[in-house]
Design a protein around this ligand. Sequence first.
Ligand SMILES: Cc1cc2nc3c(=O)[nH]c(=O)nc-3n(C[C@H](O)[C@H](O)[C@H](O)COP(=O)(O)O)c2cc1C
Length: 146
Amino acid sequence: MQPMPNPPLHALVYVSHAAGKLDNAYLDSILVDAMALNQVAGVTGVLLFDGERFLQYMEGSEAAVSAAFLRVQRSRRHSGIRVLMRGEVAERYFSKWSMACRHTEASILQRIERSRWESRMLPQIATDRSDNDGLALLMQFWSDEG
Ligand SMILES: Cc1cc2nc3c(=O)[nH]c(=O)nc-3n(C[C@H](O)[C@H](O)[C@H](O)COP(=O)(O)O)c2cc1C
């Protein structure tokens, strides 16, 4: 019998504005919830925060990513959510983190936000980092800082 192929992986990236001043304790409480929920759902990813804005990358099954993003959208702790990328990805790029957060300079967050998040190839072909400048930059930032 043929082994079952792995179900396709999906990723979603967005930016948003924090609602008011978020101190570390407040941010921690968001993360504690997010990590616990993601662990159960099999979602992994990273969150950048520059003091005012978030950029979050999440990956997992399409259903799990959609459910996590619904929770993100319902949260009053931020607003102005703008999706930069949503779709299939070739592999799990942040498998070690159910959600890790790093403080980032605004200029770095902006550079990652403004880079090309769409695949240069046909949309039906899964995105991988060699084909997606935003993802490549985010991964480079993450490994440089790590
Ligand atoms: C910046 C940010 C990132 C979040 N990331 C996730 C996430 O990765 N997974 C998830 O299930 N929920 C996520 N959430 C939603 C939180 O789980 C939710 O905000 C938390 O449970 C507290 O609920 P409240 O914001 O309604 O007070 C996120 C929320 C914010 C503001």
